[in-house]
Structures are given as C-alpha cells and as structure tokens.
Design a binder for this molecule. Structure first.
Ligand code: NI
Ligand code: MN
Length: 225
C-alpha cells in the first residue's frame, strides 16, 4: 500500500486501486510549500473533524478531483452546501465503499468550523478491505476504548498524533498502539505549529524503548507499508 504525507495530519493512501485522502491542510502549511494541491489525486476525502488544520483544502481538492467527502453528519451538511459530493456517517457506523469498509470511531477532542459553527463530534476511522486494515485516529486523547478497536478490527498499523498539547504526545501514542494492537505508528500532527514541535530523536527513542516502530513521514515522499 502506498502512502504519501502532505503535512500535519494529511495522508494520501492508495488502497484497492483508489486514492483516499485524510484531513487536507496543505496550502497554509509552510512545511508543505512544495506541494501543489492541484496535482493531488483523490477519489475520497475523509475528514476526522472540522478544525481548519484538517479541512482547509478539502473543498478545493474535492472540486478539482470530484472526490466524495466522508465525514460525520455536520461535516457532510457543511460541504454539501458548498456543492461537494459527500457521504455522511456517524460514530460507530460503517459503510462498504468501493475501496474498502470505513468504520467511524470515537475521538476525544473538539470540533468546530472556523466561523464557530458546530462541527459534530470529532472522529477517527478504521479502513478495512481484503488486503489491509488500518486505524487513523484523528486528533484525540488516549482513551482505553481504543482496545475495542484492536479487538474488533485488528489493524496492522495506525496513524496517531504525536505532537502533544492539542492531542496525544508520543508516550500516549505508544500506549494507544498497544491498545489497538499495532507495532507500527505513523506519526502525524507534529511540527506544523510551535505548540506541536517535537524532538524527532527523542520521539524515535521513546518508541523504540517501548518496542514500537515509529515512522516520521517526510512530506511529499511516497512510501510503502
Ligand atoms: Ni483539532
Ligand atoms: Mn488538529
């Protein structure tokens, strides 16, 4: 499975012959200034919650590509009004898309649009098809119900925030990886803003000391998992 990181919590994952894009926040991110959003291919855009650092480029990319936005009811309603194709979900539900099944999972965080309107609850996603299963937690605190995600869906790896302050930090992400039963953590939500700048070496050390494998993805450079 090929994955490309576009900064903050944005990843493109090629799964089942489709490109799915998570939480696009690219054009305002100086770390992602090399990325041209008009070149990004997406069939589906999955949005974990309504904060700007997760949805900023969603409308533009959806309009460029004709992608369908998948999000909680309130996010669907917002983007539908903008003339974008959407698929509404809510926490605990699943739907079989052409690339695989999406399960919407809880997240402990907040969610509002930039203008203050209600964004619904924040969420995460499990994606599963015949070949792969993975967990994308969205912005969240560590919570023990992540164990249910491990028991129910048995992901192979997880995208987890590691930047601390607004979300889990690396120590909590290591515990989260145990809860969901994965060794491999793809780090996200780090370095974009001063509040979430991390020491890469220290994060790698904490992960390896705890027998977790932390991947700190490079922006714009595809990798295989
Ligand atoms: Ni957030
Ligand atoms: Mn965020």
């Amino acid at each position: 499975m090929q994955i490309t990181y576009y900064g903050q919590s944005c990843f493109q994952v090629n799964i089942g012959g489709y490109n799915i894009l998570f939480d696009p926040y690219i054009t305002p991110n100086p770390l992602a200034k090399e990325i041209d959003i008009t070149k990004i291919e997406a069939d589906y855009i999955l949005l974990s919650h309504a904060h700007q650092d997760h949805i900023y480029d969603a409308e533009a990319i959806a309009k460029n590509t004709g992608a369908t936005i998948i999000g909680i009811w309130e996010i669907h309603a917002w983007f539908e009004q903008k003339g974008v194709k959407t698929h509404p979900m809510n926490i605990g539900g699943k739907w079989p898309f052409e690339f695989g099944t999406v399960i919407m999972t809880p997240a402990i965080h907040s969610s509002s649009f930039q203008d203050g309107s209600y964004g619904g609850n924040p969420a995460g996603f499990v994606i599963e098809n015949d070949e792969h299963t993975f967990y994308y937690s969205g912005d969240t605190a560590l919570f023990s119900d992540m164990k249910l995600i491990g028991e129910m869906y048995k992901p192979e790896f997880a995208f987890l925030p590691i930047g601390d302050n607004f979300t889990m930090g690396i120590k909590e992400a290591v515990m989260a990886s145990r809860f969901v039963g994965v060794k491999k953590i793809i780090g996200m939500h780090f370095d974009t803003f001063p509040y979430i700048q991390i020491d890469h070496k220290e994060a790698m050390m904490i992960a390896s000391f705890n027998e977790a494998e932390l991947i700190l993805p490079e922006i714009g450079k595809p990798f295989e998992i």
